[in-house]
Design a protein around this ligand. Structure first.
Ligand code: ADP
Ligand code: F6P
Length: 323
């Protein structure tokens, strides 16, 4: 194996750069050149790539986002796109490709593998919605941002005394997975959290908040995972039931930025090293993951077809944390 290609694809996530660094170094340690492909599958089809230098990658370990840039490409999903990608991989003498991204990017990697290209997927998404790994790169950084924002809201909420109790609704990213929302809610002491995986009754939630008001708490923070419902609709319902004028905070894309946490940099490094190892062992169409602290690998289809399950211990901890 002479050259390994690496791309970052789909939604960017803090810690992707630390992973690029690990791949570059692990490849070099095995006398293999690491090639960074720009702009995800788009750049792959265009042959937009550069050799990665070990000194350069040391400078990016603590940077958020991805220096290779990411992209979404419809063309790549077509036969024509696949042909272009394969032609570039062959023309550039790349013997294996590591794809850092979410489940969409894994589907693309799977397609490349069916076309005879050795590929390994590394899960990176603040949604943490990929099965086969406890953590995807980026989610820990995002939890810290969301928890920090909840704490900021607590600062003002506990300071300003008003005639009627106040409710703050915070919409958090995560599409179909509530991991980001529920972990931040526990860590920052939110009063309630709505996620797609747990059925809810708005009336029950409002009774819970009312009880807290009755017990003397003058404000409540409700965290809403974006996949559950529109936050404007939630406001309308909550305001009606509680007869209040709640306040909305949309955290948006700031959740995907900020300095990657040490934890994200560590798992990114572990998984990058493992991905290179797998390619050198001649493995293909696998994904890597972190399970119970250990670096593991599975068929990439696990990350594509299975659903990430939120650990029941986490739900139990949440149920206690909101009391
Ligand atoms: P993520 O990897 O974060 O889930 P996307 O779903 O946007 O992000 O996927 C990233 C890219 O992966 C897409 O723009 C597309 O090029 C490729 N991709 C997604 N789904 C497929 C698919 N079913 N087949 C082939 N390629 C895909
Ligand atoms: O998948 C990561 C994610 O940040 C989701 O949590 C969010 O819904 C989506 O991407 C936003 O995507 P875009 O950057 O295209 O608006």
């Amino acid at each position: 194996m002479k050259r390994i290609g690496v791309i970052t694809s789909g939604g960017d996530a803090p810690g992707m750069n630390a992973c690029i660094r690990a791949i570059t170094k692990a490849a070099r340690a095995n006398q293999v050149e690491a090639v960074g492909i720009y702009e995800g599958y788009k750049g792959l089809m265009e042959g937009n790539m550069t050799s990665l230098d070990v000194n350069y990658v040391d400078e990016i370990v603590e940077l958020s986002g991805t220096v290779l840039k990411s992209a979404r490409s419809k063309l790549f999903k077509t036969k024509e796109g696949q042909k272009k990608a394969k032609a570039q991989i062959e023309a550039n003498d790349i013997s294996g490709l590591i794809v850092i991204g979410g489940d969409g990017s894994f589907k693309g990697a799977n397609l490349l593998s069916e076309n005879g290209i050795p590929v390994i997927g590394i899960p990176a998404t603040i949604d943490n919605d990929i099965a086969g790994t406890d953590y995807s790169i980026g989610v820990d950084s995002a939890i810290n941002i969301v928890a920090g924002t909840i704490s900021n809201i607590h600062d003002t909420a506990r300071s300003l005394v008003v005639d009627t109790p106040r409710v703050f609704l915070i919409e958090v990213m995560g599409r179909h997975c509530g991991y980001l929302a529920i972990t931040a809610a526990i860590a920052a002491g939110a009063d309630y959290c709505l996620i797609p995986e747990v059925p809810y009754e708005l009336q029950d939630m409002c009774s819970h908040i009312e009880n807290k008001f009755r017990d003397g708490k003058q404000y409540s923070v409700i965290v809403l995972a974006e996949g559950v419902m529109n936050v404007d609709k939630l406001k309308k319902d909550v305001d009606k039931i509680l007869n209040i004028d709640s306040r909305i905070s949309l955290l948006g894309h700031q959740q995907r930025g900020g300095t990657p946490t040490v934890f994200d940099r560590l798992i990114a490094t572990q998984m990058g090293v493992k991905a290179v190892e797998l390619l050198l062992e001649g493995k293909t169409n696998r994904m890597v993951g972190i399970v119970a602290g250990k670096t593991v690998d599975h068929p990439i289809k696990k990350g594509i077809n299975d659903k990430y399950k939120i650990n029941q211990d986490l739900i139990k901890a949440y149920n206690i944390s909101i009391l």
